[in-house]
Design a protein around this ligand. Sequence first.
Ligand code: ADP
Ligand code: MG
Length: 348
Amino acid sequence: MVKKLIATILALTLIFQLSACNTSKKTRYEAQFLKLFDTMTEIVAYTDTKEEFTNLSNLIYNNLKVYHELYDIYNDYPGVNNIKTINDNAGKKPVKVDKKIIDMLLLGKKESSRETSSFNIALGSVLKIWHQYREAGINNPESAALPPMADLKAAMQHTDTNKVIIDEKASTVYLEDPKMSLDVGGIAKGYATEQVAKIAMEHGYKSALLSVGGNVRAIGDKGVNNEQWNVGIQNPDKESKKESLCTINITDESVVTSGIYERYYTVNGKTYHHIIDPKTLMPSTYFKAVTIITRDSGMADIYCKLIFNVPYEQGLAYVRTLPDTEALWVLPDNTIKYSDHFQKYIKK
Ligand code: ADP
Ligand code: MG
């Protein structure tokens, strides 16, 4: 749905905004593009010249595009073996892929393989069914239906990450189970954001704010007056007048949110969103949204899914084991819970 909309709106827009900055010679520039990862990418940076900013935004766009193609599960690209190619060859043969796929899948598999993991990169067979019913329900709301549990349970038999065979040496990935498929929607955006931020840093950029559909990664601080970057956390309560829950101050950190308000459909007046609890095979009902603050944007994306699918107490205990990581939970009744030191990030 989003894909179609975006395709019809525009291929690529770059909007440059100039705004005066009194205390420094640097100017704030902003670029947005609506083409990658089915979402809006935004870049903000304070630079001496417009040219410097244009170089930065081109660097980010060009690199993000490579990740976008490699991590796509729905589309083919000429001359590119991507996640879809791996899925198309499930049970047939190993597929030679770029190291960017190998590295992301190694991390994704490791995090999926935790005991009782609620995050699984090989949940494709189950997520595909939900995706199909969601698309049908959005297109024809009158006949919207839930997937039969028997179908979901049968699909769940094909989600064992031990059958994702990653050969680092040969740079190949093979899905041993012909009915298995990878769905990297829970990791790809955050992981790609992190890698692209690293590329920008390697090119000498010391401050920028990058947001790929809400996966926010700060490089340094603003680069003016030692100010930190400000990131608003969206209020998942659509009826509230407050658009954001709070504003977070970050330097060199990521802020990632997963919410039930992004992709969903309605069946008999009830909404069903897109984060599926592998234990129930249904959309997780513990929270409306979960936000993670940590340095690495890829890890933040994974942690979001991991704690979205477990009760608050369990998620809190888990977050406490993670260094320099904080979380915010919005419960179904809009109550907000924080991990021990989350509030130190909130702008007063
Ligand atoms: P987005 O940023 O696209 O709104 P999220 O970061 O919240 O999405 O991740 C949701 C996506 O993660 C789903 O669309 C699906 O592709 C994938 N996903 C859903 N449930 C799980 C799960 N239990 N484990 C891993 N990935 C999941
Ligand atoms: Mg996400």
